[in-house]
Design a protein around this ligand. Structure first.
Ligand code: GRF
Length: 219
């Protein structure tokens, strides 16, 4: 059996994606070990989730550093101290510069609550509602030097309902986020992912059924 993949999770908030990853590891659906959870905010509930599971929970506040590079150098240092192979961004609300990204080439994943390349940036669910899309979703992708832009690994789609609010749509998308993040990390852990240009090739990729998500449903 191969060694579990050492991952480091970076977050700033409630950490429900962290929780989903912890749960997938505990269910043995994900062959990974979370060696450290880092937050730039001391009040992030994700840190509490980490502690409840006996995981090292570290605060590195960007406010304690005079420059972005100094902050990121400390992040890199901490991730390396904990032997992290894959950096998992899970609601980490700081932009990462090329300095950080080059420290972990093709070894940083992010999750975004939209079907990228649509609606990058903040308030993706609000953008989707304002644009009137019928189908929204979530994307796990490798991080490159542009925001919400790197090669796409896994996506999941959900319908948008006419009475949706930002909250109801976000909740529907979040359920899918929790499924696909662990899945994408497991594909990485198994060595199934190869980046070719701007695409990810998945080894022995099973085909999704050709059933259509049709919104609104035709009656
Ligand atoms: C998620 O919607 C994720 O897509 C976005 O930030 C949110 C984090 O939620 N990047 P949580 O902290 O994992 O609950």
């Amino acid at each position: 059996m191969t060694r579990p993949l050492p991952i480091g999770v970076l977050l700033s908030g409630s950490g429900t994606n962290l929780q989903a990853i912890i749960d997938a590891i505990e269910r043995k659906e994900l062959s990974a070990t979370i060696t450290v959870v880092i937050s730039n905010r001391a009040d992030a509930y994700g840190l509490e989730r980490a502690r409840q599971h006996g995981l090292p929970a570290v605060v590195i506040s960007h406010k304690d550093f005079s420059s972005r590079e100094a902050f990121e150098a400390e992040l890199v240092n901490m991730l390396n101290t904990y032997g992290v192979t894959l950096v998992v961004l899970a609601g980490f609300m700081r932009l990462l510069s090329p300095f950080f990204i080059r420290a972990f080439p093709q070894r940083i994943m992010n999750i975004h609550p939209a079907l990228l390349p649509a609606f990058p940036g903040t308030h993706a669910q609000r953008q989707a509602l304002e644009r009137g899309v019928r189908i929204a979703g979530a994307t796990v992708h490798f991080v490159d030097e542009e925001m919400d832009h790197g090669p796409i690994i896994v996506q999941a789609a959900v319908p948008v309902y006419p009475d949706d609010t930002e909250d109801t749509l976000s909740a529907r998308i979040l359920v899918q986020e929790h499924r696909i993040y662990a899945h994408a990390i497991q594909l990485y852990a198994k060595g199934c992912l190869t980046i070719r240009g701007h695409s990810v090739v998945i080894l022995d990729e099973p085909r999704a059924p050709t059933s259509t998500l049709h919104a609104p449903v035709q009656t």
